[in-house]
Design a protein around this ligand. Sequence first.
Ligand SMILES: [Zn+2]
Ligand SMILES: [Zn+2]
Length: 261
Amino acid sequence: MKLLNDPWFTVEEIDATTFAISEYGHWEKVHSFLLIGTERAALIDTGFGIANIKRITDQLTNLPIVVITTHVHADHIGGHGLYDTILVHQAEADWLENGIKGLPIEQIRYDIGRDITKPTPKEFNSATYTPYKGKPTAILSDGELIDLGDRLLTIFHTPGHSPGHVSILDNDREYLFTGDLLYLDTPIYAFYPTTDPVELLNSLERISYLQVEKIYGSHNTLGIDPGIFFEVQEAVYNLRMKDVVRHGTGLHKFKSFSIRF
Ligand SMILES: [Zn+2]
Ligand SMILES: [Zn+2]
């Protein structure tokens, strides 16, 4: 079901109090997620910042919003400045405040500005685009519980794609939000210097034993059936057996997902 006719964002209802807010007009097809409890709502990431995501969340809830950062890459923190409460894992608090050292702004601007298939707001200009920087309001840690009011989330520290990457389990509905740790259609990135292939596999292995109803990655096809976890376990086993779990071993393809080391 699609709702809220917006020129940039596509809003899809996962259930009555869970929404995917997607940017299909950009080649990275990024999703942010709004989870509404009885006392507050959680916004998992805030997209590119190409358009104002708050105009969407304002239409979906009046409750205070807590932003949970899966990780500090430009496509996940673009709208952070629109919200008051920002949570991030300790390992990326410095990136949030000061940016990622060694990642040239020209690269970020090139990636955000190319292959856009929908009209962007007048305010957006990829040539001057600057990723959000700011102090987090609180630090997330592994195993932490976040209570939205009749809706409990568990934070899992799942490093590999980035050092402070987290995945979020909605305990009641058994949805797992996997950020850039697991998604379909395009390779999972673990080839940058700031990635860690060994940790990525440890994280994939860890989440693959969770009991879940549905998995939501941050890019591409929305919603993944948990049957993929068997494939993940087999992939992890095979990559370790073949001794290719390090940078530079290239693209590794499996039936429904792929990883680039
Ligand atoms: Zn990322
Ligand atoms: Zn991403």
